[in-house]
Design a binder for this molecule. Structure first.
Ligand code: ADP
Ligand code: MG
Length: 284
C-alpha cells in the first residue's frame, strides 16, 4: 500500500465573484479518500457541496488549494493539461435531464464519451454503450429511445452509464437520487452500491439526505458555510455526532416528512438554533 491517498484535497478554497467582492463558497477544506473508498459530503443547501464537486471534476478552477489525484495536483492545471485526465473523474448530476442531449438515443448518449476518448470504431462504441446500459439495468428496448421517453430513475441510470463509459476511477454523485421518488431512489442507490462493491471505483456521494449517505458511504464529512465541521466513519459520526449541526441534520433526516423533501430547510435551521443553546442532554 502506498502512503499517498488516492485523492487528497488540501486547503481548497473557492471564491465566486459577486457584486462588490467575492463569496467564499469553500473555505480551506481538506479531506482524503482511499482508492476504492467512499466518502459522503453532507450539509444543508448552499453549504458548498456542489462547488467542491465542480472543483474536483475541474468544471471550475479553485481559487486556492490542492486537489491531488494519485499525487498529481489537478487544481492549477490548464484546460489543455486537464484534458487527458478528465476521464478519471466523472460526475453524475442531480438532474440528468438537463445534461442528456434530447435528440440523441440512450445508446448514442452513452457512446459519446467513448468517441471523445478516441474509440474510432462505431460498432465497438455501440456495443460498449449497450453493455453499460445493460449493466445499469435498462432493457435492450431502451437503446434507441430518447431522454423524454424515460422516467426520472431511468434517466439517472443513463447518466450513470454515461459516467461509467469513461472508465473513471473517481465517480462523484451530486444529489444523484434527490429528485427521485423514494422507491426509485432505493433502486438507484442499490445500483451505486453494487458498482462500488464490484469494482475499485472510488465514490464521493453528495447528499443532504443522511439516509442515502448511510447506504453507500463508509466515511463522511459534514460541511457548513463552506467549512468542514465534522468528519469520520459514517456509522460513528451518525451514531454519535460531536457537532450540534450534525445532530440537527440527523434529526431532520430522521423525520420522514423531511426525507420526502416536504419540509423547508428551515427544519435544520430551527433545530440547530435550539442546539446552539445550553446543552439539553440530547441523546446521541
Ligand atoms: N456561480 C456562482 N456565483 C456566485 N455564488 C455562487 C455560485 N454558485 C454557487 N454560489 C453560492 O455558493 C454557495 C455554495 O453553493 P453550492 O456549492 O451550490 O452549495 P450546495 O451544493 O451545498 O447547495 C451558495 O451560497 C451559493 O449561492
Ligand atoms: Mg448542490
Amino acid at each position: 500500500m502506498s502512503a499517498t491517498p488516492f485523492l487528497s484535497v488540501t486547503d481548497l478554497r473557492v471564491d465566486y465573484p459577486i457584486p462588490g467582492g467575492v463569496h467564499r463558497a469553500v473555505d480551506d477544506l481538506s479531506f482524503t479518500v482511499e482508492r476504492g473508498g467512499s466518502l459522503a459530503i453532507v450539509g444543508e443547501s448552499g453549504c458548498g457541496k456542489s462547488t467542491v464537486a465542480r472543483s474536483l471534476v475541474r468544471l471550475l478552477k479553485p481559487t486556492a488549494g490542492r486537489i491531488e489525484l494519485d499525487g498529481v495536483d489537478l487544481a492549477p492545471l490548464s484546460e489543455r493539461r486537464m484534458r487527458p485526465l478528465r476521464h478519471r473523474v466523472q460526475m453524475v448530476f442531480q438532474d440528468p435531464y438537463g445534461s442528456l442531449d434530447p435528440h440523441s438515443t440512450a445508446q448514442e448518449i452513452v457512446a459519446e464519451p467513448l468517441r471523445v476518448a478516441g474509440v474510432r470504431d462505431r460498432a465497438q462504441r455501440a456495443k460498449r454503450a449497450a453493455e453499460l446500459l445493460d449493466r445499469v439495468g435498462l432493457p435492450t428496448s431502451a437503446l434507441h429511445r430518447r431522454p423524454a421517453e424515460f422516467s426520472g430513475g431511468q434517466r439517472q441510470r443513463i447518466g450513470i452509464a454515461r459516467a461509467l463509459a469513461s472508465s473513471p476511477e473517481l465517480l462523484i454523485c451530486d444529489e444523484a437520487t434527490s429528485a427521485l421518488d423514494v422507491s426509485v431512489q432505493a433502486q438507484v442507490l442499490r445500483l451505486l452500491r453494487e458498482l462500488r462493491e464490484e469494482s475499485d471505483l472510488t465514490f464521493i456521494v453528495i447528499s443532504h439526505n443522511l439516509g442515502v449517505v448511510r447506504e453507500i458511504s463508509s466515511e463522511i464529512i459534514v460541511m457548513r458555510d463552506g467549512r468542514l465541521v465534522e468528519s469520520g466513519p459514517t456509522e460513528r459520526v451518525l451514531a454519535a455526532p460531536a457537532e450540534p449541526y450534525t445532530r440537527a441534520l440527523r434529526r431532520a433526516a430522521l423525520d420522514p416528512a423531511a426525507m420526502r423533501g416536504r419540509k423547508p430547510r428551515s427544519v435544520v435551521n430551527t433545530v440547530s438554533a435550539r442546539d446552539r443553546g445550553p446543552s439539553k442532554g440530547e441523546a446521541a
